[in-house]
Design a protein around this ligand. Structure first.
Ligand code: MSP
Length: 542
């Protein structure tokens, strides 16, 4: 099972106590970028996201909204689905923990499996509980008597629960983390988890009385108890693959997970509880846990409970899914906290999308249209070795074998891009693309095709061929980040004929761009009309 030829990536499942916010969108985007990248490399990939729909927090929110819990989570889950569709997330499934057909059978099977090992027992829990975290707390978790994340005092509870023998697995889990069998990224989070284990791990509640928490999955064979929401939630990673049912092909094909993507606030559940549960059930361990930082607003974590959330849908509606995806991927560091503001969004958009990428594509297409009617063919005997295709830097050919576009020549920057993507450094991978865009701009500045056209038509054509060839690779590299833009670039450059032997485009038939890829924008706060995109500069008008 461990040498599987597949890739399974998950996000956390998001609480359906309200609609999604930017933090959720960010997590979905990171998973999507990696999933798209893996698929393009030809790897069978399964990308799972979904909603966490049980527990006290949801129930209270439903009551506040004067709705039944099912009706309430149906409404909110739909908002998550709508956002993910608008963001162009390519998730293969969307799991909902209230789904009795898809989630419950696997959750019940896993509970039974752990019970069979003898690791679930009954006891009395007396202590503190934070509804915001849906977690039991000790005094040392609190700051001034309050949960530091939710700024509320936890409630005192005393109740009969089922417990899971987490303590039994503490040493083994520590070894798995220590040895990177479960690799936690970034490294600092690994040490944080190891020191939590060192401080001592107690058994955890695994169920809550139905009387108090009537909204949950009933514990099999134990009327009166419902599964604790975190245990129910973690089970989603395998229930969605059909674990414990007759339709478990996906489980066989994709488990263990290659990457669980989670925020640092819920790492402990994924790095300690979940592996212990899997050990008890004798199932293989996830390979990586990618811990992203928080998107901050006004210096605080963006959170529904705190009420400082930004609506991602508004940005997508105003600026398009790709621009929104670009901003989150390139401007927020993947392993640390990052700040979101409209000002930053507008600045990055104008500098790198409207001016950088958008302008490069539009000026190139315009030159090919104006000088050559859009038809650009590589000429034989061309001697000015293209700056861009450096056979001497050829580094192997595996990278693009999974692409639908045949390809054999390695690009000088692609290995670096690939390295970053493989290390989940999506921000740096995007930097590589923009470095490359800068190179293409520099190539135009150096050769001045807009002047050369008056002296040497053939050489100009070859220079434009090189730029189009560069754009073809920009299209490849931006595809996981900005899928629509990638398609638009390929349509605009119009690869006409390929060299079968080398997989190099021989000719392009470019299509005029009637609309800028990214029209310049202004701060909404200034209430100004949107400006048209920068047009090709006058020297290119021939
Ligand atoms: N339902 C649990 C997770 C169960 S997973 C088996 C939960 N839900 S949540 O909606 O509160 O958070 C879901 C994910 O979104 C977490 O990984 C969390 O870190 C992430 N984020 C929540 N707020 C965030 C930001 N402001 N920024 C980035 N990610 C954030 O916890």
């Amino acid at each position: 099972m461990d040498n599987k030829n597949s890739f399974y990536i998950t996000t956390a499942i998001h609480y359906a106590n309200a609609g999604p916010h930017l933090g959720h969108a960010y997590e979905g985007l990171l998973a999507d970028i990696l999933a798209r990248y893996k698929r393009e490399k030809g790897m069978p990939t399964f990308f799972l996201t979904g909603t966490d729909e049980h527990g006290d927090k949801i129930l209270r929110s439903a009551r506040k909204a004067d709705m039944g819990p099912q009706e309430f989570v149906d409404m909110n889950a739909q908002k998550f689905k709508d956002l993910y569709e608008a963001m162009l997330l390519s998730n293969d499934d969307f799991i909902r923990t209230s789904d009795k057909e898809k989630h419950w059978p696997g959750a019940i099977a896993l509970w039974n499996q752990i019970k069979e090992t003898g690791d679930i027992y009954k006891g009395i829990y007396k202590g503190l509980y934070c509804v915001g975290c849906e977690a039991f707390k000790t005094e040392k978790d609190l700051v001034d008597g309050k949960c530091p994340d939710h700024k509320i005092a936890p409630e005192e509870i005393e109740e009969e629960n089922y417990f899971f023998k987490l303590s039994k697995y503490a040493d083994e889990v520590a070894k798995l983390i220590e040895s990177d069998t479960i690799r936690i990224l970034p490294e600092s989070r690994k040490h944080e988890m190891l020191s939590i284990i060192k401080e001592g791990i107690e058994d955890i509640s695994f169920s809550r009385p139905e009387r108090d928490i009537p909204w949950g999955i009933p514990v099999p064979g134990e009327p009166g108890q419902n599964m604790y929401v975190w245990c129910d939630a973690l089970f989603n990673y395998i229930s969605a693959l059909g674990y414990g049912t007759e339709n478990d092909e996906n489980f066989k094909k994709f488990w263990p997970a290659d990457v669980h993507i989670v925020g640092k606030d819920i790492l402990r559940f994924h790095a300690i509880f979940w592996p212990a549960m899997l050990l008890a059930a004798k199932l293989p361990m996830p390979k990586n846990i990618w811990v992203h930082g928080m998107i901050m607003s006004d210096g605080q974590k963006m959170s529904k409970s705190i009420g400082n959330v930004v609506d991602p849908m508004q940005y997508i509606n105003d600026y398009g899914a790709d621009a929104f995806r670009y901003f989150l991927a390139r401007e927020i560091p993947p392993f640390e906290d990052g700040d979101f503001s409209e000002e930053k969004f507008v600045t990055a958009y104008n500098a790198n999308l409207a001016n950088g990428l958008g302008n490069l594509v539009s000026r190139t297409i315009k030159m090919t249209q104006t000088y050559f009617n859009g038809t650009i063919t590589k000429k034989e005997g061309y001697v000015d070795v293209p700056l861009l295709v450096r056979r001497d830097l050829f580094k192997g050919t595996e990278y693009l074998q999974g692409y639908s576009i045949p390809y054999t020549i390695e690009w000088v920057l692609l290995p670096e891009y690939q390295e970053k993507m493989d290390a989940f450094e999506v921000q740096q991978a995007a930097d590589v693309i923009w470095k490359f865009i800068g190179l293409l701009d520099g190539y135009i500045t150096k050769h001045e095709p807009f002047k050369l056209i008056k002296e040497d038509r053939e050489k100009t054509e070859n220079i434009l061929w090189n730029i189009l060839y560069g754009l073809y690779f920009v299209g490849v590299m931006v595809a996981p980040f900005m899928p629509d833009t990638s398609k638009k670039i390929w349509t605009a450059i119009g690869v006409e004929a390929m060299d079968e032997k080398y997989g190099v485009p021989l000719s392009f038939q470019t299509q005029p761009l009637y609309e800028a890829l990214f029209a310049r924008i202004e701060l909404k706060k200034m209430e100004e009309e949107q400006q048209p995109a920068p047009q090709p500069v006058e020297e290119e008008q021939a």
